[in-house]
Design a protein. Structure first.
Length: 109
C-alpha cells in the first residue's frame, strides 16, 4: 500500500530502506531527537550513526501502512521485516515536525 507522507518523513523511510534519499540533515532539524529501543539519539551525527547501526544489525526493510496527521504530529504505522526475533512486526513511528522537518521521532509498539 502506498501512503502519502510529508517529504521529510518519506525521505526518512527511503533512507531506512537503503535508498539514496536526500541527506538526513534535510529531513531532520539540527537538534532533532530519536527515541528507539529505550535509547535517545540527538543531532544529525547521532541519528545517522543510529540508522546505520540499526541497518547493519537488523538488515531490515520498513513499509509504511497508514498515516494519521494532526497538526505537527504524524503517526505512521509501519511493517518492519528483518533479521530480528518476531519479524515482521508493526511499529508505530510518531514524528513531530517543525518547519516541515522532523524535530522528534519515537518508535514503539
Amino acid at each position: 500500500m502506498k501512503v502519502q507522507l510529508p517529504d521529510s518523513i518519506a525521505s526518512f523511510f527511503q533512507a531506512s530502506n537503503g535508498s539514496k534519499a536526500p541527506a538526513l540533515e534535510q529531513a531532520f532539524t539540527e537538534n532533532a531527537v530519536v527515541h528507539d529501543e529505550n535509547r535517545t539519539y540527538q543531532g544529525h551525527d547521532a541519528i545517522r550513526a543510529w540508522l546505520q547501526e540499526a541497518k547493519r544489525k537488523y538488515a531490515y526493510t520498513v513499509e509504511p501502512l497508514d498515516v494519521v496527521q494532526q497538526d505537527s504530529t504524524v503517526k505512521v504505522r509501519a511493517r518492519v521485516s528483518g533479521n530480528f526475533p518476531g519479524s515482521p512486526v508493526e511499529l508505530l513511528h510518531v514524528f513531530r515536525l517543525s518547519g516541515g522537518r522532523i524535530e522528534s521521532l519515537e518508535i514503539g509498539r
